[in-house]
Design a binder for this molecule. Sequence first.
Ligand SMILES: NC(=O)c1ccc[n+]([C@@H]2O[C@H](COP(=O)([O-])OP(=O)(O)OC[C@H]3O[C@@H](n4cnc5c(N)ncnc54)[C@H](OP(=O)(O)O)[C@@H]3O)[C@@H](O)[C@H]2O)c1
Length: 419
Amino acid sequence: METQKQLTIGLFGFGVVGEGLYKVLQQTPSLKASIKKVCIKNPGKKRNAPDSLFTSDRNELLFDKEINVIVEVIDDSVAAFEIVSTAFQQGKAVVSASKKMIAEHLPEILKYQQDTGLPFLCEAAACASIPVIRNLEEYYDNDLLHGIKAIINGSTNFILTKMFEDKLGYQEALLLAQQLGFAESNPKLDVEGYDAVNKWSILLNHAYGIVEHPDNLVFTGIQNVQSGDAAVAKEKNYDIKLVAQAQKLVSGKVAAYVIPQFVKHDDQLSFVKNEYNGVVIESGFADKQFFYGKGAGSFPTASAVLSDISALRYNYRYEYKKRYYHTPGELTHDFYVKAYVSFSSLKDIVKEDFEWIEEWHGGLERSYLVGVIHFEKLATQQWWKAPGVSLILAPDPVIESIELRNIKKRSLELAGIGN
Ligand SMILES: NC(=O)c1ccc[n+]([C@@H]2O[C@H](COP(=O)([O-])OP(=O)(O)OC[C@H]3O[C@@H](n4cnc5c(N)ncnc54)[C@H](OP(=O)(O)O)[C@@H]3O)[C@@H](O)[C@H]2O)c1
């Protein structure tokens, strides 16, 4: 049996995650891993660790021959990519939690791994404590993975839970999330879906071998969800969640997006409340599996980093089987989705974009419709993301069959709302 490697770590970042890892490692002496040096940005800050451990000179870590692992947990994606690139060039294994950096540099990171044979592990970057990346890599064969749907941003889930359960308005719920430390002081990255789509880009790679820049994925956040939408959802016995979804279509191509969705009460995702994350994986023979846990926070995130460090002792690396040994998945916009759209003014929506409309409710302050729209329209049009318009996908929103469309199509004119 292979002997365990001694790991000498150069740690970048001593914030929420970095300090958490420092504490967790102190409690795990059996790991044979020690932090030799920590690089931070502001040398003047008071730290809960000996001064001699810290430096603000990144080269002290990157060019130290004794350090064989770089753990990068900083909050600056540009600097993070420079650090990771140099670490590879210096022959060091890398563990990172920086989802934005990873999502924006997937092709380069894959190439570095191919060229150097060095491991790059990033379990903490998506869903933190939930071991979803390694499961997608190791367990689910490409052909068996029918779909994944997930709640991968704790802040938005917290806000939606408060809108539902405590009947808070959106702004009140956001303020509470900020007060409790679940949302950034600039909450745009969370509430407008940027954080979720970065994670989704990383997970699509491990699930289907798809390498797509997050800017090219169709996504939005919960910034336009109204209390009135929550009331409609309640009437219909649904929750509203920001759902990241990927589904393999009959064509073999993959539908993927991050968009708010109505979720039935018996759906596993309905169980995921407050700041928690959840992932439902649907595979050929196993049916559905549900992963649930903390998707952020100091120790939950550090636990995923720790698990990656531990895996390095046995030279574990992602093989990217879906990408290199199978035909990689291909994204498509060629399918339809059923969606609910609420709006305060008819001129804010383009009703002609819908193939057919199944429900129409006019109200004094807001109206809503439920209709079927081609996904390419969502990919190319912006009206559905504009302030005042709230689009929420139906449960099981994907409609693949054109036949179905022909059978079910009811024109806007027939519904009496054509003009
Ligand atoms: N927080 C979570 O729950 C969580 C979960 C999953 C993933 N992540 C990811 O993990 C990373 C770290 O998050 P965090 O919450 O720990 O951030 P944080 O609390 O803001 O800490 C950031 C750390 O990075 C250091 N830093 C910033 N720029 C640097 C540079 N150029 N060189 C060296 N150090 C630098 C900072 O130094 P100073 O201390 O001197 O300011 C600080 O120690 C982010 O990419 C984040 O997206 C976080």
